[in-house]
Design a protein around this ligand. Sequence first.
Ligand code: GLA
Length: 718
Amino acid sequence: MNPLLRMQAAGVAVVLEFAVGEMPVWRYWGAALAHTPLMDAWPATDLLRMAPGTLDRLAGVPLLACWGNGEPGAPALRAHRAGLDAVQDLRATGFVQTNPHSLVLHLSDEVAAIAVDVSLQLCADSGVLSLHSLLRNTGTADLTVDHQACASVALPPVLQELGSYHGQWSHEFQWTRQPVPMAGWQRDNRTGRSGHEAPPAVFVLARDAGDHQGEAVAAQLAWSGNHRFALDRAEDGRLCLQAGEWLAPGEVVLAPGATLQTPTLHLGWSDAGMNGASARMQQFTRSQVLQWAGGSMRPRPVHLNTWEAVYFNHQADVLFDLARAAAAVGVERFVLDDGWFPARKDDRAGLGDWWPDPAKYPEGLGPLIAHVHSLGMEFGLWVEPEMVNPDSELFRAHPDWALQVAGRALVLGRNQLVLDVARPEVGQYLFDKLHALLTAHPIAYLKWDMNRTFAQAVGLDGRVAMRSQITAWYALLRRLRTAHPQLEIETCASGGGRADLGALRYTQRLWTSDNNDAVSRVTIQSGAARLFPLELMGSHVGPAPAHATGRSQSMDFRCAVACFGHMGVEADVRQLPDTDRATLARWIALYKSLRGVLHTGQFHQGRTEDGLVWWLVQAADRAVLGVFTAQPPNYTYQPPLRLPSLAGTGVWQLRLLASAGQARARGDALDPWGDALRQADGVRVAGGELARMGLPVPVMQPESALLYSFSRVPGSEG
Ligand code: GLA
């Protein structure tokens, strides 16, 4: 019997079968198992029968499918030496298990002269499985790599549905669920950034899986550039997940001895539905991905972002007044968006010239920053360092710094080009300019934008320079954070176009969407919250009508939605009606009192047949619940809202903290339940009652919201 390699943590087990001279195969991935006599005694091959018309050998699902050995699944590796050595057949040579949670398997093919190490890590506290592979060219000639997946991952066979994202500017994180087609499913992203259209994440689900129950896997690739996700259905019917970078032709050529490491694929398995899989990923993100200044997150400060308040029209007196008005409603960080550098009166000029516009800021940024500080706020600044406008001093001095194909016309996007950041002199220029700003001023935060997709992204050597761009971006972020350890950075790309676990290693916030319409935001934030903890999701109260959609919602509704994230304001606070300003201030104060729970608790979401959406954040002794409607209800009776995650959590004191819109009732009708919930002590409820019977909620009109808080009654746990 071949040895079984096992990892077990946080209720999850992974078992591989290993033998020197064979490709390691998957035996099991799922709920922790106390005993495994079947697996211990029976090798994978003994449990299979040879199918007619197939090769004369048997194998389980390989850890890294190699098409060269006749494996029926999609190849996890495609590489060659000018057409030679293309038939690879990797076999295990050994493994290293340094601790119960990490494994490295060594594979090699001496004939094709390649070696691959596949690394697996099972996170001790979240149970998230992380995989990557490292390819080495052990030959004497260059090896061209066309594709390399992190690994091939055998999916529990019950998983036959796919949850994936699509979207565009202002319409991010749109969720679709569909059966995995007979022929499998594949999606490539070639935009050069993780993208609105296809963020690097999928869910694979059992047919009966829902938000709260059933088997589910959440998969996220920690990479901000091109990628390929595949649910490969081999011709024998087995379903296998593969993810990795999408490489352009000739983009990676390994010299003898050189290596290529894939990004890491993170996988959260759960039998508690999509919320269960998300919870694992979010816990993992909090404990393993994020790198906070000083080692831990401080309360997420309320932002005022100037974009929708003034756009490019920066006038000192207006900005000074805006800062005053922002501070008065409780804003804690004032972020100066696009428009502060030379020639930037619109989006046609200026990118690349990272110093203050002497016309708009004759004394530099110092006076505004000092003013913001005097109001008790931090200062943040918008930048888009990887870009250059042809109409800029930088481009006039260094036209060859932009990615381009010699002999072809430049391809513009938002009037700008992409700099070849991987060139040392370009990376150094950007570091110097940003370092100078950060050294000259107390700037707590950069909103780091990236507003176009790539085209003709070719470097000086004539090769496609897309993956090198991402690694250079990471290196630049790392360098800046090392030089300025207190600095926080937001990842933004025309809204949520570069939100992924690769970027979040170096950044502390993602700009979820340029769409601040609160009805749109319920869907966008529900989608994003399947992937990311709430404290990372920038969510701003925008103007009415919303600039992205032209629709208007009440200030209460806009605030209720914005509370569930890293809250901010994206409006000209000076111009708000007094009543709206007072409402905004009240909600900001409420957010401050709740953020301790919102940003540390476990997030659950659900929706009812009648279109109600709810978000529950549950911490040990407190919880916060938001209930939202976008559409008119179909019936005059709203069934109680079941909150399954509260089962077995003891007794809670429940209060209705705030509401937006209307709960339908006759004007003179009594509402003893609502009245009791609004009292300072609220109402006693048991978690089990809310999980099984449900929380009685009123019939809500469209664009209504209810915000509840739960405090655990001491000694009532369990
Ligand atoms: C992008 C961002 C916006 C804003 C503008 C500025 O579109 O997503 O929030 O910063 O750029 O040009």
